[in-house]
Design a protein around this ligand. Structure first.
Ligand code: URA
Length: 220
């Protein structure tokens, strides 16, 4: 599945694989010493059957709070949807001490460190892929991987040894993956996508409903 199965599922907070991201982190540490400013660890249930893969922490959201999507614009829709579908106790309060608990789900990012302008470059996505592969491999009950956006989809396919050209990203795309996993994808719940109407709440909820349906079907 991955070339380096010895890596842990979580990057060290001071991960130094990507010079540009390290420089950005140093700048943010100087400007905002009270922020988390490190590789943001995955969040959720270690027994999860559903893994949600985002893109990367937002600078004043997950990078500040230390929890994926927490305090980010995208987190409002994501955590609301997860709550509606029963994958959490629905206690999202946009800060890490809000009491939110995920149930049967975990959230991670394709890139664990905040990139400038929310845009990781290809080398950064590639550098972080072993952590994604290790995260996937460390979930014993995993059935469904739900990717948010094309970068997350492509990196997840590669982490699983699947050719991207044979498994193109699409909103609502579904692919069988090794080890009985299924990769489902959605447009990212970013401010841009939701403000432009490219992604509606209904579209997003439908993908999550489908992922849950597939999860129950393959678990039966
Ligand atoms: N925050 C995250 O943690 N990930 C994203 O993809 C977007 C916002």
């Amino acid at each position: 599945m991955t070339k380096n199965m010895n890596l842990p599922a979580e990057a060290p907070a001071d991960c130094d694989l990507c010079p540009r991201l390290v420089a950005y982190r140093s700048k943010n540490r100087l400007e905002h010493p009270g922020w988390f400013n490190g590789a943001v660890p995955s969040f959720g249930d270690e027994k999860a059957r559903l893994l949600i893969v985002g893109l990367a922490p937002g600078v004043s959201g997950a990078n500040k709070t230390g929890r994926p999507f927490t305090g980010d614009w995208a987190g409002d829709l994501l955590y609301d949807t997860i709550g509606k579908l029963g994958f959490s106790n629905d206690q999202y309060g946009a800060h890490p001490n809000d009491g939110l608990e995920l149930k049967d789900a975990m959230i991670t990012n394709a890139v664990r460190c905040v990139p400038p302008a929310n845009k990781p470059v290809g080398a950064e996505v590639n550098n972080c892929r072993d952590y994604l592969a290790a995260r996937i491999a460390a979930l014993p009950n995993l059935r469904i991987i739900l990717c948010l956006g094309k970068i997350s989809h492509d990196s997840t396919c590669r982490a699983l040894g699947m050719k991207v050209k044979d498994h193109p990203f699409g909103h609502g795309s579904e692919y069988n993956a090794p080890n009985g996993l299924i990769v489902v994808s959605s447009y990212h719940c970013s401010r841009y996508n939701t403000n432009t109407g490219r992604l509606t709440t209904e579209m997003f909820e439908n993908v999550f409903s489908r992922a849950k349906e597939l999860m129950e079907a393959v678990s039966a």
